[in-house]
Design a protein around this ligand. Structure first.
Ligand SMILES: Nc1ccn([C@@H]2O[C@H](COP(=O)(O)OP(=O)(O)OP(=O)(O)O)[C@@H](O)[C@H]2O)c(=O)n1
Ligand SMILES: C[C@](O)(CO)[C@H](O)COP(=O)(O)O
Length: 226
């Protein structure tokens, strides 16, 4: 089984909106619903696991979104990594031998092809994540604020989601991170710690994370060209 794990349990502090940013409308449709629609449309995915702040379960249900695939709600944790782990426990209950596609609920512009490539690469290599090369020159900076060299940007990726793994492995990795009380910003860090390198493939610049108001405006522009 392939399970999409959509983490949408954040508060959206940087957006500063009255409701969490995942519920803000993007061209008339809530950001989170757009994300779910993208995954519901991918044949390779069997089940949707959605992590939400528990106090927003009824808000979500009242939106009336009915995907074709089965969808289960899971309560969020304090940090993103806690929310991911909660979702992984549910994914493991559904099928411990599943492949899991972890995605931010606030990346609504992800394409079916980027999702499919992640699943394909994870089946082949065990773990896969997409990203895009930086468009600017990347400099190192010393303690006093002076440049300390220039990196080869072709060797660097700004990592996005989806990130795909075997559920059993990434859950084990998260258990280890929890035991060590380490903070991580994404799930490739978790996998690397316990299992080694993650296969990286090129995603899309359009697959932006809605973090601040400018991102919402940019997403509207991108959508209007689709
Ligand atoms: N405890 C948390 C924190 C974050 N997320 C999710 O992780 C994704 C990426 O996080 P980010 O953009 O940082 O979202 P927020 O935490 O909501 O934003 P902020 O840091 O501005 O509060 C989002 O889909 C967010 O909902 C989550 O599921 N559980
Ligand atoms: C997982 C992620 O979207 C990959 O770019 C990112 O690391 C989330 O970071 P944030 O600190 O939660 O914004």
């Amino acid at each position: 089984m392939v399970i999409a794990l959509i983490v949408s349990g954040g508060k959206g502090v940087r957006m500063g909106s009255a409701i969490p940013k995942q519920f803000l409308e993007l061209a008339g449709v809530p950001v989170l619903i757009r994300t779910l629609m993208a995954f519901d449309a991918v044949d390779e995915i069997d089940h949707l696991v959605l992590v939400l702040p528990e106090q927003y379960f009824s808000y979500f249900r009242e939106l009336g979104y009915k995907p074709e695939k089965p969808l289960v709600l899971v309560p969020a944790g304090k940090e993103r990594q806690d929310s991911v782990r909660n979702g992984l426990l549910k994914a493991s209950d559904l099928d411990e031998d599943s492949v899991v596609v972890i995605h931010d609920g606030v990346r609504p512009l992800v394409s079916a092809e980027t999702i499919r490539m992640g699943i394909r690469h994870a089946l082949e290599y065990g773990a896969a994540a997409c990203g895009v090369h930086p468009k600017d020159t990347i400099k190192g900076m010393d303690d006093k604020g002076f440049s300390s060299g220039t990196l080869d940007r072709n060797r660097y990726l700004m990592i996005q989601t989806p990130q795909c793994f075997r559920t059993k492995e990434i859950l084990k990795g998260h258990d280890e991170i929890l035991k060590q009380r380490r903070m991580v910003t994404d799930d490739t860090m978790v996998y690397e710690e316990s299992f080694g390198p993650v296969y990286l493939y090129e995603g899309e610049y359009a697959n932006i994370k809605i973090t601040t108001e400018e991102d919402l405006l940019l997403a509207e522009q991108i959508l209007s060209r689709k």
